[in-house]
Design a protein around this ligand. Structure first.
Ligand code: SAM
Ligand code: SF4
Length: 344
């Protein structure tokens, strides 16, 4: 369902209060894709040749993103996450962080990254106001990294993790998509990281998208199985987790400074706690991870919409935010670009 923004402007009044959807879920979290481009080609996410990239002219400028964030903050959004694509391939990202950190009402800015460019950028990002980071890493073995990400880079990602810890970002979370036969024999190695460092390793059930449709049935490992396998390593107690807006359930080994988490979009979906909407790189407000629930913000932005007009559009979006996603194993989402970060 795509709402025509033109129908909304004028029909909705600004100042309708804080954002909440029809199911009374307060919406306080905005994920912002700053680019659809990426310097990796993870097999479960993108084709080897890349995607038909969005033309540059259609990508929101930093100033346009800031205007959306000002509107969102005026109706209760407090937390932001910058993501992509790979957000660090967008030049000047620290400038955007500084711009958004200065928006009244925004008190938390996080980043989801594959970590390749993190080590050289993390200081500047932290100085600009970045608080925390999620780094994607599916394997600790260089040859596998190259197979899964279709490009080399393990050492750089590991350096990025160290640099994030050294820069004082907290929490530092690691997102690991678990695939049977590809990396599921590394669960214990990843979990071991949480015993030594304040790292939060989150195991993500692989989601069905077009790219991995053929492999998904065989590769899928449920979070219950992941936890059962970790419990054979050592005692694992439920843990509070590091906070934030995430859908993970956390567990820790005795005395560990970090924790492991599981994110179960398929087996235990977290829709009932959904607090988020997404802004695509080309300015669409996406109301749900999957499905065509979106409104175009770029047109009104470029027509000079004021903050309250944009806020009214955000309220309008609430009308079409569905109660839950209906994706099931075996059904690939036809909207690859819509898949922006489960745990990112
Ligand atoms: N490039 C950044 C990164 O990799 O962290 C940010 C964008 S990426 C789309 C965000 C997260 O989505 C990553 O943790 C990635 O592993 C995860 N992801 C992508 N495709 C997935 C899939 N089919 N199933 C589960 N997680 C997926
Ligand atoms: Fe790039 Fe992240 Fe997708 Fe991997 S998961 S291809 S790093 S956007």
């Amino acid at each position: 369902m795509v709402l025509e923004t033109i129908d909304l402007i004028g029909n909705l009044k600004p100042g309708d209060g804080l954002l909440a959807d029809a199911f009374r879920r307060p919406i306080t979290y905005l994920r912002i894709s700053v680019t659809d481009r990426c310097n990796l080609r993870c097999t479960y996410c993108m084709p080897e040749a890349g995607l038909p990239w969005i033309p540059k002219a259609e990508i929101l400028s930093f100033e346009e993103i800031e205007r959306v964030v000002r509107a969102a903050a005026s109706v209760g959004v407090r937390s932001l996450r910058l993501t992509g694509g790979e957000p660090l391939v967008r030049r000047g990202l620290a400038d955007l962080v500084a711009q958004l950190a200065a928006v009244e009402g925004i008190d938390d800015i996080a980043l989801s990254t594959n970590g390749l460019l993190l080590a050289e950028n993390v200081r500047e990002l932290a100085d600009a106001g970045l608080r925390r980071v999620n780094i994607s890493l599916d394997t600790l073995r260089a040859d596998r990294f190259e197979r899964i990400a279709r490009r080399p880079g393990l050492e750089r990602v590991l350096a990025g993790i160290e640099a994030a810890l050294a820069a004082g970002l907290a929490p530092v979370k690691i997102n690991c998509v678990v695939m049977r036969g590809q990396n599921d024999d590394e669960l214990a190695d990843f979990a071991a990281l949480t015993r030594e460092r304040p790292l939060f390793v989150r195991f993500i059930e692989v989601m069905p998208v077009v790219e991995n449709a053929a492999a998904q049935a065989g590769e899928y490992v449920s979070s219950d199985e992941i936890l059962a396998r970790l419990r054979t390593v050592d005692r694992l107690e439920p843990a509070p987790g590091p906070g934030g807006n995430g859908p993970a359930r956390y567990f820790a080994f005795p005395g560990a400074p970090g924790a492991v988490g599981v994110i179960s979009p398929l087996s235990h979906d977290y829709c009932e706690r959904c607090n988020r909407v997404r802004l695509t790189a080309d300015g669409r407000l996406r109301l749900c991870l999957f499905g065509d629930y979106e409104i175009d913000l770029r047109t009104p932005l470029r027509q000079g919409a004021a903050r309250d007009d944009l806020a009214a559009l955000l309220h309008g979006g609430m009308l079409i935010k569905p109660e839950r996603h209906h994706l099931r194993l075996g059904e690939a989402s036809s909207r690859m670009r819509a898949f922006s970060e489960i745990g990112g």
